[in-house]
Design a protein around this ligand. Sequence first.
Ligand code: HEM
Ligand code: HEM
Length: 228
Amino acid sequence: MEKRYKLWDLPTRLFHWLLVLCVVAAVVTGQIGGNLIDWHARIGIVIVGLIGFRLVWGLCGSTYARFAQFMPSPARIKAYLSGAWQGAGHNPLGALSVLGLLGLLTAQLLTGLFANDDIAFTGPLYALIDKDLSDRLAGLHRLGANLLFVLVGLHVAAIAFYGHVKKHNLVKPMVTGWAEGEAESARGGGLAAFLLAVAVAVLLVWGASGDWLPAPPPAPPASAAPAW
Ligand code: HEM
Ligand code: HEM
């Protein structure tokens, strides 16, 4: 029987496929705008939770999910490009793209939370800054969306290249968790680590929702309306 090892733990896989769903939904609702902007914000806040979860899981998740495991140093990238890299998990070049995606998504969330659409919608943390800065962040948010299209395009193209040209199926392990070959199975990332990551994610979702901000001043009293 083929040798195989546990590569991606369940939380990492769930994170990935939920992220794909949510990012596609965020892009569609962002582009359509209008009434869907409320849904755009809700989905965006779910993504805050997902990214928050992944950042903690990168510290205390199982072996191959840890940032320290795949941090791409120049030496590792050089070794990979010359064909000398041997390892499991994200390869040094793939790791660059993973960190780029996570970084860009984080920036996209931060700008979105403070943005406004110049119509009726303001991000949940808009009240913390002035309109001028919000407009500039909305500009960065639109730019970020375009950069994201490029990065996701490269990401999917690289995975297709691996599958079709190098005959190395990366998608299967991201679905089943198992990869073929000889390497140590992933270890760690137990229940305590999972609960910690979920707790941080929940806290960040609450922070992003703006529910902790003081309520806006009440609307003018109805008695101001004419009596007839
Ligand atoms: C990773 C998550 C996100 C992605 C991929 C994303 C993507 C997009 C896209 C594609 C647009 C349309 C840009 C355009 O018209 O050219 C947009 C607009 C917008 N997004 Fe997001 N977004 C995300 C998160 C958020 C969050 C969390 C919020 C706030 C809660 C938010 C608030 C807005 C606002 C206010 C606009 C309208 C900006 C404008 O009209 O200038 N976004 N977003
Ligand atoms: C909105 C679209 C997408 C985003 C934002 C995205 C983001 C990411 C991120 C952040 C990772 C790193 C996973 C981790 O360590 O946590 C990753 C890995 C991965 N993604 Fe995606 N992804 C997207 C679409 C896709 C699609 C459509 C596929 C499949 C066709 C795919 C297949 C994979 C695979 C196989 C890996 C693991 C790569 C490796 O073995 O190093 N992704 N993706």
